[in-house]
Design a protein around this ligand. Sequence first.
Ligand code: GDP
Length: 178
Amino acid sequence: QVCFIGRSNVGKSSLIRALFSLAPEVEIRVSKTPGHTKKMNFFKVGKYFTLVDMPGYGYRAPQDFVEMVEAYLQERHNLKRTFLLVDGVVGLQKTDHIAVEMLEEFGIPYVMVLTKIDRASRGLLLKNVLEIQEFVKENTQGCFPQLFLVSSVEFSGVHLLRCFVAHVTGNLPTVDAC
Ligand code: GDP
């Protein structure tokens, strides 16, 4: 499994749709944990891997959300990588820092993905990328050093991210350099 987390409105559903735009046969299952207002969606890609879409977090995240996400992240031993989505226009926000702290505390390997890059000017995007790279270098242990930049509108970066998901789930045969 891989899982996708991010603030509400960060562009998570759009990105998942873009990632699976070439795979219409993906099976979607919604978690039925009783009592939870927010649900996790499971996108099963044949026998290859499952992408878990966590509910978006925000300032008013209900307690059951926190419990569900924390329980999932701590108990899921077949979780290969977590993808933390950050809005490329506004950069890291307070709630994103809380998510980073949680992932660091649990010792879960994760990757940051900058979304909506078509909406940021080149200068703003560069500023956000440099700030995040500096933050990752100075403050994190479990974060992959390479940022992924995507736009679900223009599809930029989507294919590379798709390949990376295939890679971390063991579905990308390594090709010998020639
Ligand atoms: P979620 O709440 O994280 O699932 O976010 P959504 O995927 O629903 O996106 C939130 C808003 O951002 C919607 O209005 C989307 O159309 C917009 N959006 C999402 N991804 C992109 C993107 O790559 N570029 C642009 N310009 N807008 C986007």
